[in-house]
Design a protein around this ligand. Structure first.
Ligand code: B12
Length: 303
């Protein structure tokens, strides 16, 4: 996939003249680089940032390297009136392309990835979670919808600007026995949108594997997504305390989230910050991590 666009590509994508693009670039609204021959080139991440910030309509997503379906999907309420029901309908009918198109459209209209996770994906998946109680089809529908959401979230990896080499790292996953794929991936993509080099270890990760990854990556943040309570909650709480102490010793901010995050009963108070949503995760890293340590780490990301 191309990582830069010509002014003509961007003009076609948003249905304006090439001279408007050049003028916006000359006015400093749009960052451009020059080729050896002096031609303007716009990074894809910058083009997408510009479209989102200026709330521009995408007439043709293809020159942006986005799937055609992005342009075809109409968001009924717009970001101000999230309608997760629309996503639920598409996911429950297995309309993979349209569901991904809807998620990308919401993003292009200015919603952040955290908002998409909290206000679209989670409510749609929660609604889907009721289906298995009423029909055998519910379970396969959940599996299929999970795959579509993963595909949609992974699309953001190619849209976001590459993290700068000095960007802070973040490492995390879901604990052993926790099979849920979307929540930890969502945390990783949200952190990537905040300028982190996010390493998602995924579901079913023993806590000591997270410790090993921390030793290797020296992250500024570690996350744990807990969607299932293990059979032995006391042992689990003990293992979390050990990880909590290990991370505190290394100066790593520890963030715990997920459906069961508030069910941990540790014997000692944890230093970890327990979050209920991806938007809270963003607020936490902006306040406690990014602002304090490296305010420039977000520069260049297309959140
Ligand atoms: C998809 C799904 C499955 C899939 C999982 C596929 C996979 N590998 O991922 C399959 C079909 C395998 C499955 C199986 C089961 N499931 Co299931 N499943 C779900 C479902 C529908 C969606 C889960 C999901 O991906 N949600 C999307 C994420 C984004 O939402 P979220 O977890 O709420 O996350 C948000 C916040 O919690 C937070 N967050 C999450 N993690 C983190 C991390 C950090 C760091 C931060 C800051 C924030 C944060 O931000 C997110 C966005 O807002 C839920 C419904 C629900 N209400 O959650 C049921 C649900 C969890 N499952 C349930 C059940 C009962 C089961 C089964 C026992 C039976 C079944 N349905 O077949 C088995 C057991 C599996 C097991 N071994 O544990 C119940 C659990 C009930 C309970 N009280 O425990 C639920 C709630 C459905 C229901 N309403 O009954 N399931």
């Amino acid at each position: 996939m191309r990582s830069t666009l010509s002014p003509r590509d961007l003009a076609t994508a948003i249905g304006v003249s090439e001279s408007s693009i050049k003028r916006w670039a000359d006015d400093g609204l749009l960052a451009v680089a020059r080729t050896a021959g002096g031609h303007r080139r716009i990074s894809r991440a910058e083009a997408i940032r510009f479209i989102r910030d200026q709330r521009l309509h995408v007439a043709d997503p293809v020159p942006l390297g986005l799937p055609e379906i992005t342009g075809a999907v109409a968001v009924s309420g717009g970001p101000a009136h999230p309608d997760a029901g629309q996503l639920f309908d598409l996911l429950s009918r297995g309309e993979s392309g349209l569901a991904r198109g809807l998620i990308l459209s919401v993003y292009l209209q200015g919603s952040s990835i955290a908002e998409i996770c909290d206000q679209w994906i989670a409510p749609a998946m929660h609604q889907l979670g009721e289906l298995w109680k009423h029909s055998d089809r519910g379970v396969y529908i959940e599996h299929r919808a999970t795959d579509v959401c993963i595909h949609a979230l992974n699309q953001f990896r190619s849209i976001l600007a590459e993290p700068r080499p000095e960007a802070p790292a973040a490492v995390g996953g879901a604990p052993a026995g926790d099979i849920y794929l979307i929540p930890s991936l969502a945390a990783a993509i949200v952190l990537a949108s905040e300028g982190f080099r996010a390493v998602n270890l995924g579901p079913d990760t023993p806590l000591n594997a997270i410790e090993s990854a921390v030793t290797e990556y020296r992250p500024r943040v570690a996350w744990l997504s807990i969607s299932t309570m293990p059979t032995n909650p006391n042992e689990f709480a003990g293992a979390i305390e050990t990880l909590d102490a290990h991370l505190a010793q290394r100066g790593v901010k520890f963030i715990i989230g997920g459906r069961c995050a508030r069910q941990i009963r540790s014997a000692h108070p944890l230093r970890a910050f327990v979050c209920s949503s991806m938007s809270e995760l963003v607020a936490f890293v902006r306040g406690a991590v990014t602002a304090g340590a490296n305010a420039s780490s977000k520069v260049g990301s297309a959140n």
